[in-house]
Write a protein that binds this ligand. Structure first.
Ligand SMILES: *[C@@H]1O[C@H](CO)[C@@H](O)[C@H](O)[C@H]1NC(C)=O
Length: 147
């Protein structure tokens, strides 16, 4: 009887410890930051066509009030599209994309930051980054331009 009791009193601190360790392991996952998701395959577009470069947050989160940008690191200036203070910011936009890029602004509340690119040119081929600076979240889209 005494032995059993002693066994219990020794066991319980171990149980507490393992529960604690279990919770500590879960913390990084349960903090729950959304992630940007892009396509796993390159997007293929024809010259002159209009296309969508997909990018969205999972789980969905309203991003309409956030700064969002689409860039191509091989260009100078690198900005393909910048959304700030609920509107497009044109200051640093690469002239090659003037009048050709837009967001689906009604989709931003669903965390959808997909970019529409109109009248595709051969020079549009490249690696695009979809980025939320505040969350340091990014995802990439490879665009291949065919004939
Ligand atoms: C994002 O919006 C575009 C344009 O409306 C749509 O084609 C695409 O399916 C949407 N993506 C998601 C994940 O809802």
């Amino acid at each position: 009887m005494f032995h059993q009791m002693a066994g219990l009193s020794i066991q319980s601190p171990f149980t507490t410890t393992s529960v604690l360790v279990f919770h500590l392991l879960l913390i990084p996952f349960s903090k729950g930051q959304s992630q940007l998701i892009g396509p796993s395959q390159p997007i293929v577009a024809k010259i002159g066509s209009d296309i969508i470069l997909p990018c969205h947050l999972e789980p969905a989160q309203d991003v309409a009030a956030k700064t969002l940008d689409w860039t191509r690191s091989d260009l100078d200036p690198r900005f393909v599209y910048v959304w700030r203070a609920r509107q497009e910011l044109l200051d640093e936009k690469n002239p090659s994309y003037l009048g050709r890029t837009s967001l689906f602004t009604d989709e931003l509340k669903h965390g959808n930051i997909s970019l529409k690119l109109s009248r595709v040119k051969p020079a549009d081929q490249g690696r695009y980054k979809c980025f939320i600076p505040k969350e340091k979240e990014e995802s990439f889209v490879e665009l291949v331009v065919g004939k």
